[in-house]
Design a protein around this ligand. Structure first.
Ligand SMILES: [Mg+2]
Length: 164
């Protein structure tokens, strides 16, 4: 069981994931967790950066499916907002919702990557399915907003630097 808890790749957040590398590894489909992976826990606002991130992945030819242990209501909300197929009440690490997502994408297990913030649900469940697994740090709201402010500041400084 221990080695099934090991993610294949780890990144601090989803924006750092190397999709060129995934493409080289034969990945064609992305199964993404929702809470604390793309949206801070219990929040409903989706950042423009996340919307752009998904469209970039789509443009690169990857299929995307959301699989979440959240309520059907919450998951359907994000499914509509992001225009992505989604399976809620997934009871990860159980395989049922993962299999549904795999069926929708019509891909082999080795062609799918699971992205999530939890070892016992996303990583363990994904590894058991034979998917490639990526762990990211959970976006708890406070940390998340600090990061946003830091990025905003970085951007301001870069802009100033460029203007000189
Ligand atoms: Mg999560």
């Amino acid at each position: 069981m221990i080695n099934k808890l090991k993610p294949d790749q780890y990144y601090q957040d989803v924006f750092l994931i190397d999709f060129d590398l995934l493409k080289k590894q034969g990945i064609k489909g992305v199964i993404c967790d929702i809470d604390n992976t793309i949206v801070p826990w219990s929040e409903e606002e989706i950042l423009q950066e996340i919307i752009d991130w998904f469209s970039e992945i789509k443009d690169r030819g990857f299929q995307i499916c959301l699989v979440s242990n959240g309520t059907a209501k919450r998951v359907n909300y994000f499914s509509e907002k992001l225009d992505l197929p989604a399976f809620g009440q997934a009871v990860k690490p159980a395989g049922k919702a993962f299999r549904k997502a795999q069926t929708v994408m019509a891909l082999n297990s080795s062609e799918i990557v699971v992205i999530g913030d939890q070892l016992f649900t996303d990583v363990f469940g994904g590894n058991r399915m034979g998917f490639v697994t990526i762990l990211v740090d959970p976006m708890n709201s406070r940390e998340f907003f600090t990061t946003r402010i830091m990025r905003l500041l970085e951007r301001m400084f870069f802009k100033r630097g460029e203007e000189k």
